[in-house]
Design a protein around this ligand. Structure first.
Ligand SMILES: C[S@@+](CC[C@H](N)C(=O)[O-])C[C@H]1O[C@@H](n2cnc3c(N)ncnc32)[C@H](O)[C@@H]1O
Length: 234
């Protein structure tokens, strides 16, 4: 019987603390690792795990039924090089020792339109610093969104960390460097809506400082077509 899956979960209500995960127990090995932050149904991770059996993949997701479905499918159909956790990205990025995650993925994170929810956004200046601390030199962060001001915010947060170099065109209107697709990505490609993409590589040590950039207004009703905040007329 199908269960109704809530569209949103408050990430702060999910208090799981994973610590450093036991990859030998999970995967029987310590292979290169990729982590998907807010993996949703895990469609991207499943495709990628089947296509890259030499790499291990971990997803973090706060909607529990999605995590349970994915782990059930793992048991019955595989792939065994994929594991997802009911855990918030806010407190669980350090799930492997520094240098062990080769790529973080941030696909279509919730824009959290309400101002009081901005602090729920997955990519924040503190997240950028944590990723810069955890990735090895050459490690990558891939991000995409269909919400232009949110993509601009993510670009600015990433570009403010000197450890990272942007590898794609700053217009962000570029094809995906990956063969795999997320559910949201397939939907936007199907209906012909633009997707904004960024890929950053770690080129040097992290700055050790959280940038003081602020969150942006992302609500389409309150931003101009170029993504700039529009002041309400008096
Ligand atoms: C818009 S969906 C995108 C799902 C998937 N990445 C895709 O592209 O199809 C955003 C997902 O992030 C999850 N999420 C939001 N905040 C999170 C957090 N702090 N930690 C883990 N997952 C989170 C939501 O539950 C939701 O499934």
């Amino acid at each position: 019987m199908s269960r109704r899956i809530r569209k949103h979960a408050n990430p702060f209500s999910v208090t799981t603390h994973l610590g450093v995960i036991d990859r030998i127990a999970l995967f029987g090995r310590e292979a290169p690792l990729e982590v998907d932050l807010g993996c949703g149904t895990g469609a991207f991770l499943r495709q990628r795990a089947f296509a890259h059996p030499d790499v291990d993949f971990v997803g973090l997701e706060v909607r529990k039924p999605l995590v349970e479905n994915l782990m059930k499918r793992r048991e019955s159909e595989g792939p065994r090089n994929l594991a997802v956790f009911h855990a918030s990205t806010d407190t669980n990025l350090a799930l492997a020792a520094p240098g062990e995650v080769r790529c973080f993925h941030v696909h279509f994170p919730d824009p959290c339109f309400k101002r009081r929810h901005w602090k729920r956004r997955i990519l924040q200046p503190k997240t950028v610093l944590r990723m810069a601390d955890l990735l090895p030199l050459g490690g990558r962060v891939f991000l995409q969104s269909d919400v232009l001001p949110l993509a601009q915010e993510m670009y600015d947060f990433m570009a403010a960390e000197p450890a990272f170099e942007s590898l794609l065109d700053p217009s962000m209107v570029v094809p995906s460097p990956f063969d795999e697709r997320t559910d949201w990505e397939r939907h936007h490609e199907l209906v012909g809506e633009p997707v904004y993409r960024m890929l950053f590589a770690k080129r040097g040590p992290s700055s050790g400082r959280v940038s003081n950039l602020e969150f942006r207004e992302t609500n389409p009703a309150r931003v101009g077509s170029g993504g700039e905040a529009v002041t309400e007329p008096h």
